[in-house]
Design a protein around this ligand. Structure first.
Ligand SMILES: NC(=O)C1=CN([C@@H]2O[C@H](COP(=O)(O)OP(=O)(O)OC[C@H]3O[C@@H](n4cnc5c(N)ncnc54)[C@H](OP(=O)(O)O)[C@@H]3O)[C@@H](O)[C@H]2O)C=CC1
Ligand SMILES: CC(C)=CCC[C@@H](C)[C@H]1CC=C2C3=C(CC[C@@]21C)[C@@]1(C)CC[C@H](O)C(C)(C)[C@@H]1CC3
Length: 417
């Protein structure tokens, strides 16, 4: 079982590290937004210029962000095709979650289409990225503060294992409450999948339209980046229920790190490749484009295969699709897969995700490092996540986890790591 309360080891260097990250993460996001639109687009140089407050603050951008959150919340509250139950909580209860994320994506696409037909200038959105990112950051700070205050009146059983150190800065950053919600609106589940992910593909689409207006038609590179990332977001929302077993939902509190990650970091930095392409057009031949599509398809095949295999197995180990796989028994009664995808490396889903990340950067060519930022950041995020998960699995499964590590020695990349 994971350690609780003050005894939980502090992550990210404790309160000082958390405070530094609270400044560093937004600063990095603004830096990337500025660099992507600058001529040299140098990832490792000083920022091209320092924007004044008038370039960042716009009441219209704030209103737009709030309207976006309101729209996504309204779509979340629409009748769902299914209501799923989450993992069992400390008090033995299970929370309920609507499964209508894909429906929200489709309805948002319809609304955006209608908006464009009615004269909504989608291509103007990229020009507002800086003030929109600033507004999203402000919202993230205020929302995290409200969540922190709300957690002060939450019962102890509702707190996450890692966010109750007693240090306000650290707890504000990590999040104290595990599943903060008002009635049916679960804030963490909502934010993780809706406004940020759907916002990301909307920003990508706006960049595609802007490129078409600038150059007559969108480039092949832009189509690939839009297509790959839409597939990724569509897949996440189609398999929405699977997010209920990720450690973000089952283990982590909902504090500034995740709030900012979901609402600002994902839409504004994950769309970096499309931003880069508008300002730095790339000629991409068909052979190269086909190779990149193949790389993305391989990554997706591994990512989806591994995630679905584990989810199917966790739901019903006797399902014919997984019943023949080899397993190790653990003292908890749960089993671990040691063949199939999970017999290749201990985190095959991370491997697939990383291969896709490479495919998203390749259409941007090899002249700049900036489009590869996502790949670099994502590698470090997954290495950190993998170490975190291994510690938890060792605590949960003890000797059986040692046996799994012996049988499957590589973590993410076969024969390398
Ligand atoms: N694009 C992005 O920014 C991000 C994407 N991701 C993606 O999200 C997805 C989910 O990632 P994440 O939640 O970190 O981790 P996983 O989906 O890999 O879940 C880890 C859990 O799986 C279970 N497990 C581990 N090994 C086995 C095994 N051999 N057999 C059966 N169960 C096993 C354990 O939980 P238990 O035994 O309790 O079931 C373990 O805690 C991944 O595909 C990842 O790539 C993640 C972070 C960011
Ligand atoms: C640098 C920073 C602010 C870190 C915060 C991390 C978050 C950005 C990520 C933590 C886990 C995430 C997941 C997804 C998006 C990024 C965050 C929020 C995810 C929704 C992407 C789509 C996938 O299919 C997924 C559903 C498996 C995934 C879940 C984890």
């Amino acid at each position: 079982m994971a350690p609780h309360g003050p005894r939980a080891p502090l992550e990210f260097g404790g309160p000082l590290g958390a405070a530094a990250l609270m400044l560093l993460l937004p600063a990095t996001m603004f830096y990337l937004l500025l660099v992507a639109r600058s001529g040299p687009a140098r990832l490792l140089g000083p920022p091209p210029y320092l924007p004044g407050l008038q370039a960042l603050w716009s009441p219209r951008a704030l209103l737009l962000c709030l309207a976006w959150l309101g729209l996504q919340a309204a779509l979340y509250l629409l009748p769902a095709r299914k209501v799923a139950e989450g993992q069992e909580l400390k008090d033995k209860s299970r929370l309920q979650y609507p499964i209508n994320g894909f429906q929200a994506l489709v309805l948002t696409a319809l609304l955006a289409g209608l908006g464009v037909l009615a004269g909504l200038p989608l291509a103007a959105l990229p020009e507002m990225l800086l003030p929109l990112a600033f507004a999203a950051t402000l919202i993230a700070f205020v929302f995290s503060l409200l969540l922190y205050l709300k957690s002060q009146v939450a019962p102890a059983s509702a707190l996450a294992p890692g966010g109750s150190s007693g240090n306000p800065i650290y707890d504000f950053f990590m999040g104290r409450e595990l599943n903060p919600r008002i009635c049916f609106l679960d804030f963490k589940y909502f934010c993780e999948l809706r406004p940020g992910l759907i916002g990301w593909v909307l920003i990508n689409l706006a960049l595609l339209v802007q490129e078409a207006e600038l150059r007559g038609s969108p480039s092949l590179a832009m189509w690939l980046v839009n297509g790959f990332q839409l597939l990724y977001v569509g897949d996440a929302l189609w398999h929405e229920e699977a997010v209920l077993t990720t450690m973000d939902i089952t283990h982590d509190g909902f504090g500034f790190m995740l709030v900012f990650g979901d609402l600002a970091w994902v839409p504004f930095t994950y769309s970096l490749q499309a931003q880069f392409l508008v300002h730095h057009p790339q000629a991409l031949g068909l052979p190269m484009a086909s190779t990149i599509c193949l790389i993305n398809a391989i990554g997706y095949y591994i990512f989806r295969g591994a995630n679905s295999q584990k989810n199917t197995f966790r739901k019903n180990p006797s399902d014919p699709r997984v019943a023949d796989l080899e397993t190790i028994s653990t003292a908890t009664g749960r089993q671990l897969l040691v063949s199939g995808w999970w017999g290749m490396v201990r985190h095959p889903n991370y491997l697939g995700d990383l291969i896709m990340a490479l495919a998203w950067s390749l259409p941007c060519g090899a002249s700049h490092l900036l489009p590869y930022f996502y790949l670099l950041y994502f590698t470090s995020l997954l290495v950190h996540r993998e170490a975190h998960d291994e510690r938890q699995c060792l605590q949960k499964y003890g000797l059986a986890w040692h046996e799994y590590c012996r049988r499957v020695p590589y973590r993410i990349v076969p024969y390398i790591y």
